[in-house]
Design a protein around this ligand. Structure first.
Ligand code: NDP
Length: 448
């Protein structure tokens, strides 16, 4: 008999926690997981997955408008928010059941309550019960950052946006990062008037500058308003759902919802880390080594709570590597190089590797190739939006250092191209590949 109740206790049943639980259990560990909200975590319940469904739903606005160019007559077009919302939420329910079934199938015990660290080998459940475990994994993810301004309680975050009772005609979004640009695209396409306000003078900091500029131009043409250098001073609630947002140095704006998207911070509040002697890093994250181990020998952490790269596939890989290392006898470390990423804005943007600016700093001598093209779909629909692809190449070796794409289906195309970039292929290798015509992706092998 072992001295512990479980071999592994996981706090948080999100992407990283569920993967770690399942894989550790398949290696023979006795595993339990605690989740205070819903099994599936941010990505499945209130993030990537329902967001992507809203993106799909909103694309019909353009498709239906374009239909007339292809001979279709659509007499009555009507969008019903409640119907889209409920379909999305039903699918989230389905996914939660799938995730729960995965835990059950691997005989992972699950507790639907909050758990905190009580000691290096102990967790305390909200019900008061204390459970011992040889190893504890923290996979509690991240939570939205709420700026400290008067009336912030009248704003919502991406947690609440999927549940709106009615469709908001006027949407004000604070921030111009991933979440802001994705929801700006969704609400704009569905017919709302959207204003994006940001503290700096840019959108999507960190993405390639030319692509960001192009996205800004396109979205402005599509009707999204931007205000830069525009910090919110106060949010005032008016009658009904209306809010008036006051700024420093700008006129106030009235909106039906104020969506705050100013980043996400590691979810560590009240977690009891002090009971295991774990100190936070300077960004509020749980510091870990290459094997996801914290400063406490028996406690590990994966995913957004460690604030390495806040992306679901990264958390999943980290959870899997943790379980293989600690319970499978096959130590594995994650390679964080060339992680592809995308913003599901409209049009979407995707990238892998170094941006032009980063490559100039890191490599000095580089060559930049691009393709600025009007997709066939836009020509046919008499839409003047142009796609933009950019390839950053090491001048000496010819190796592709970065690939950045803006345009329809960019994330789908980039995932495949990222394999070539990750494999260290050169511009000549791309050029030696025959174009697939007619496609947008063929621009990848035709860049000059
Ligand atoms: P981001 O970090 O992407 O963007 C934050 C935005 O808020 C920036 O425009 C930033 O301005 C601004 N900002 C930051 N702090 C403050 C503050 N205190 N007051 C006012 N404005 C502020 O965060 P998001 O919330 O959009 O997304 C969080 C994370 O979730 C992302 O980093 C990403 O990892 C993940 N995510 C990934 C998605 C995907 O892969 N498609 C989709 C959605 C989320 P500036 O930088 O200009 O100064």
């Amino acid at each position: 008999m072992t001295e512990y109740d479980y071999d592994l206790f996981v706090i948080g049943a999100g992407s990283g926690g569920v993967r770690a639980s399942r894989v550790a259990a398949s290696h023979g560990a006795r595993v339990a997981v605690a989740e205070e909200h819903r099994v599936g975590g941010t990505c499945v319940i209130r993030g990537c997955v329902p967001k992507k469904m809203l993106v799909y739903g909103s694309h019909f606005a353009e498709e239906l408008r374009d239909a007339s160019h292809y001979g279709w007559t659509i007499d009555a077009m009507h969008f019903d928010w409640a119907s889209l919302r409920d379909t999305v939420l039903r699918d989230v329910d389905r996914l939660e059941i799938t995730y729960t079934n995965t835990l059950d199938a691997h005989e992972v015990a699950h507790f639907h309550e909050r758990a905190t660290i009580a000691g290096p080998h102990a967790v305390r459940l909200a019900s008061g019960r204390e459970i011992s475990a040889k190893v504890i994994l923290i996979a509690t993810g991240a939570v939205p950052v709420m700026p400290e301004v008067e009336g912030i309680e009248y704003a919502i975050t991406s947690n609440e946006v999927f549940h709106l009772p009615t469709f908001p005609g006027r949407v004000l979004i604070q921030g111009a990062g991933y979440i802001a640009m994705e929801f700006a695209g969704i609400f704009n396409a569905l017919g709302a008037h959207v204003t994006v306000v940001n503290r700096s003078d840019q959108i999507l900091r960190g993405y390639d500058e030319s692509l960001r500029d192009r996205l800004l131009q396109i979205t402005m043409t599509r009707g999204i308003d931007y205000r830069f250098h525009c910090p919110i001073r106060r949010i005032e609630k008016r009658e009904g759902e209306a809010r008036v947002v006051h700024f420093d140095g700008h006129d106030p704006i009235e909106a039906d919802i104020v969506l705050v998207a100013t980043g996400r911070r590691p979810n560590v509040n009240g977690l009891g880390l002090e009971n295991a002697g774990i100190a936070l890093g300077f960004r509020g994250e749980i510091p870990v080594d290459g094997h996801n181990r914290t400063s406490c020998e028996s406690i590990y952490a994966v995913g957004d709570v460690t604030d390495r790269i806040q992306l679901t596939p990264v958390a999943i890989r980290e959870g899997h590597a943790f379980a293989d290392t600690v319970f499978g006898g096959t130590p594995r470390v994650i390679d964080y190089g060339c992680v592809p990423n995308a913003v599901f804005s409209q049009p979407p943007l995707a990238g892998v590797g170094l941006t032009e600016a980063q490559a100039r700093v890191n490599h000095g001598n580089i060559r930049v190739y691009s393709s600025d093209f009007r997709p066939m779909k836009n020509i046919f629909a008499e839409r003047h939006e142009r796609g933009l692809y950019k390839m950053v190449v090491c001048a000496e070796s010819g190796k592709v250092l970065g690939l950045h794409m803006l345009g329809h289906e960019a994330p789908e195309i980039l995932q495949a191209a990222a394999i070539a970039v990750k494999a260290g292929l050169t511009k000549d290798d791309f050029d030696a590949t025959m174009a697939l015509h007619p496609s947008m992706a063929e621009e990848l092998v035709l860049m000059r």
